[in-house]
Write a protein that binds this ligand. Structure first.
Ligand code: GDP
Length: 285
């Protein structure tokens, strides 16, 4: 599902999240581990205000493990807890509950001291489209979807999913828009499947991908396309890939559109291994 975001949609999304926010103790902010910043919502902090949050770096199976570790440290430096997870395989699920309890520990101790009965931590998942929200909810839910009645102030009856004894998760996630701040962010969102190809020029996405590989993963680029060195001229690089992969138009010229498709597909299907496109030193938290 890819949503076209217009100002009206953004305002509505913000309103919906703000409504649900009242029901929970903590936010699980789901981002793509390959692009933790590009897949985050630019207004999130402003929307959630003081509400505690746990950052979940999802699809960690497709991200560069070394950089995921660095990202977790970068968040920690900012006083934020982040976890690497794989919602599809169900890796990291236990850690989510544990981390949420740790984040809320002091608050819960204060409540206990006041004589308030401890109740399960209530959480909601927030993230941009395609980041894995439904997959994670299904993972955590197993079969424990509990029906509850109407909650005042919310139009639809909210259902809570019991995750063990200690956590209840809102069954519908908060959906917010991604960043559209610069073309580079767009290319990264396209390469990770967060936005539709048709929104951007395929050749531009491929050029961005090649340049990124050249700078950050040159050995993998050379290996995949059997290069002894990387040509300076991007057209020459396209020509080489085209002849290697049979992307030749009638008359023998390089078919640049077809070549771009091949490059983007290779990037999306991890043909260069696991790659992270946001760098903690360049794209700080
Ligand atoms: P939503 O729009 O945020 O609810 O995203 P979905 O849950 O529909 O997931 C979008 C796509 O990402 C689906 O094809 C999922 O199978 C896939 N996906 C979700 N989590 C992971 C993960 O941790 N690893 C991988 N490799 N794929 C995932």
């Amino acid at each position: 599902m890819t949503i076209q975001w217009f100002p009206g949609h953004m305002a509505k999304a913000r309103r919906e999240v703000t409504e649900k926010l009242k029901l929970v103790d903590i936010i699980f902010e789901l981002v793509d581990a390959r692009i933790p910043i590009s897949s985050s919502n630019p207004m999130l902090q402003d929307i959630i205000q003081q509400k505690p949050r746990l950052i979940l770096l999802n699809k960690a199976d497709m991200a560069d493990q070394r950089l995921t570790k660095k990202w977790i440290e970068a968040y920690e430096d900012r006083g934020l807890k982040a976890l690497a997870i794989n919602a599809q395989a169900g890796n990291g699920m236990k850690e989510i509950v544990k981390a949420a309890q740790e984040i809320l520990h002091e608050k819960r101790e204060r409540q206990k001291a006041k004589g308030l009965k401890p109740r399960p931590v209530r959480a909601m998942i927030i993230g941009i489209p395609n980041v894995g929200k439904s997959t994670l909810i299904n993972r955590l839910a197993k079969k424990n979807i509990a029906k509850t009645g109407n909650t005042p102030g919310v139009t639809r009856a909210q259902q809570w999913i019991k995750v063990g004894k200690e956590l209840e998760l809102l069954d519908t996630p908060g959906i917010l828009w991604p960043k559209f701040e610069d073309p580079e962010t767009g290319y990264k969102l396209a390469l990770t499947g967060a936005i539709k190809d048709t929104l951007l020029n395929m050749q531009d996405i491929a050029v961005f991908g090649l340049r990124y590989l050249e700078e950050n993963y040159p050995d993998r680029l050379m290996e995949r396309y059997e290069l002894s060195e990387i040509p300076d001229d991007i057209d020459h690089l396209f020509d080489h890939i085209a002849s290697q992969r049979g992307c030749i138009a009638q008359g023998g010229d390089t078919d640049y559109d077809k070549t771009a498709d091949v490059i983007v597909k290779d990037l999306r299907t991890q043909k260069f291994g696991t790659i992270t496109f946001d760098l903690p030193d360049k794209d700080p938290v």
